[in-house]
Design a protein around this ligand. Structure first.
Ligand SMILES: *Cc1c(COP(=O)(O)O)cnc(C)c1O
Length: 419
């Protein structure tokens, strides 16, 4: 039978993510991958977690092997509230302001679900997080893509778009701005203090929500820690956090902090989607936090990623320093940096050559709602070893040279045909 005839318009519009497709090649022998944005598995506290896991299952089985509350494990919430107070200066939070999700991905999906209609407008940086693009796209809302500047998203452009909506009498259809404030995925850039304040001013003036997705806050290599937008506008910000980058993505635990009524709607949405998040991993994380200081535990991880970033920056300088019209970001934390090539170099078209030369990256065009800058790529420095980072960047330069020669050759042929 032809399934296609039966598919919904939404299902028909769904596309597989290139990251998922590239994962097939990651395990080829000799491949060096800067592709997937995953933590280094050696940073997972596996011995500490496995020690706790035994008693979480054998002693706490009545809750951990059972269905849990849709809102999330109360034990986990208790320890999470303490963490927010201690490290982020966020106080006055109670259970009604918190929803535990199955990773931030569920939070993004629920955000699209409760705010987005086919005729809604939202805004995000361009480029922005791929997981947000796929989750929000399902809502059908239209996104304004705001280019990244050194300060963060171009908020002057946002203001112009908002004014346009006012003129068209459609400002009430503008629902939220989505930001990844620190060391964002994919570029590694951050929102400056100035930009954070300006965004809050705009949100108050034009009456919209802010979705603050902040997985990399604790992975800070240098520079000062800036206050979250949530602390500046708690009522109109939903703060999304995750254990994926600071403990383990396999636990699949995220947290939404914010406005009670929004949380309430999301709980109802979550009931339809999942009933509840896995009870075992929530309690495991809770007991881990009870016994250890999560932020203290990742100090070595932060050092490791900083050293790997340094290796990648040095390798880029050495291999690409002489090349014109190539630039890259210098992230102060996180897992990624962003490379921009001359306009004629379309990175998705270079991928075949890269596969042959045994190096992988994510073409930048995946990270846009529309109008992608196709001469860009994301490189992840957290996963490969120092040696592989160096060797991988060396290969990347070779790939670029081979590809540029190929484009030149093709152009010459065209020219001959014309003559
Ligand atoms: C990695 C990442 C997440 C984490 O997603 P999970 O579903 O919690 O694993 C969320 N947002 C951004 C911007 C990320 O880079």
């Amino acid at each position: 039978m032809n399934i296609n005839d039966k598919l919904s318009a939404k299902a028909k519009s769904m596309k597989s993510s290139i990251i998922r497709e590239l994962l097939v090649y990651v395990n080829e022998p000799g491949m060096i991958s800067f592709g997937g944005g995953a933590p280094d598995p050696e940073t997972f506290p596996r011995h500490k977690l496995s020690e706790i896991a035994g008693s979480v299952i054998s002693d706490e089985y009545k809750s951990t092997l059972q269905y849990g509350l849709t809102e999330g494990d109360t034990e986990l919430k208790k320890h999470y509230i303490k963490l927010l107070e201690k490290y982020d200066g966020i106080t006055g939070i109670n259970n009604d302001n918190l929803l535990i999700t199955t990773g931030s991905q569920e939070a993004l999906y629920l955000t699209g679900l409760i705010f987005g209609d086919e005729d809604s407008y939202c805004a995000a940086s361009a480029p922005t997080y791929l997981g947000a693009v796929s989750a929000f796209s399902l809502s059908g809302a239209k996104f304004f893509g705001l280019p990244m500047t050194d300060e963060g998203m171009d908020l002057d452009m946002l203001e112009r778009e908002l004014e346009n909506l006012v003129k068209k009498n459609e400002i009430h259809k503008f629902k939220f701005a989505y930001i990844v404030p620190n060391y964002m995925n994919p570029t590694g850039q951050s929102e400056s203090m100035e930009n954070r304040k300006k965004l809050v001013e705009l949100a108050e003036k034009y009456d919209f929500m802010i979705i603050e997705d902040d997985p990399y806050n604790a992975l800070r290599f240098e520079g000062e820690k800036l206050p979250s937008v949530y602390t500046m506008a708690p009522d109109r910000t939903l703060l999304l956090n995750t254990f994926s980058k600071v403990l383990s993505p396999g636990l699949r635990i995220g947290v939404i902090v914010g406005n009670k009524e929004a949380i309430r709607k999301m709980v109802i949405g979550k009931q339809a989607l999942l009933l509840c998040s896995p009870s075992i991993t929530q309690r495991l994380a809770a007991r881990f936090m009870e016994k250890y200081d999560l932020i203290h535990e990742i100090r070595d991880t932060v050092k490791l990623y900083k050293a790997k970033r340094d290796t990648m920056l040095r390798a880029l300088e050495e291999m690409f320093g002489d090349m014109e019209d190539v630039e890259w970001t210098h992230p102060k934390g996180g897992l990624f940096l962003w490379l921009k090539f001359p306009k004629n170099l379309i990175t998705s078209e270079m991928l075949e050559t890269a596969k042959n030369e045994k190096v992988l990256y994510i073409p930048g065009d995946s990270f846009y709602f529309d109008n992608p800058e196709r001469n860009t790529m994301r490189l992840c420095f957290s996963l490969p070893s120092h040696e592989d980072i160096y060797e991988g960047i060396r290969r990347l330069r070779k790939v670029v040279d081979l590809h540029l020669a190929k484009i030149k050759g093709a152009k010459k042929n065209d020219l001959h045909q014309c003559v």
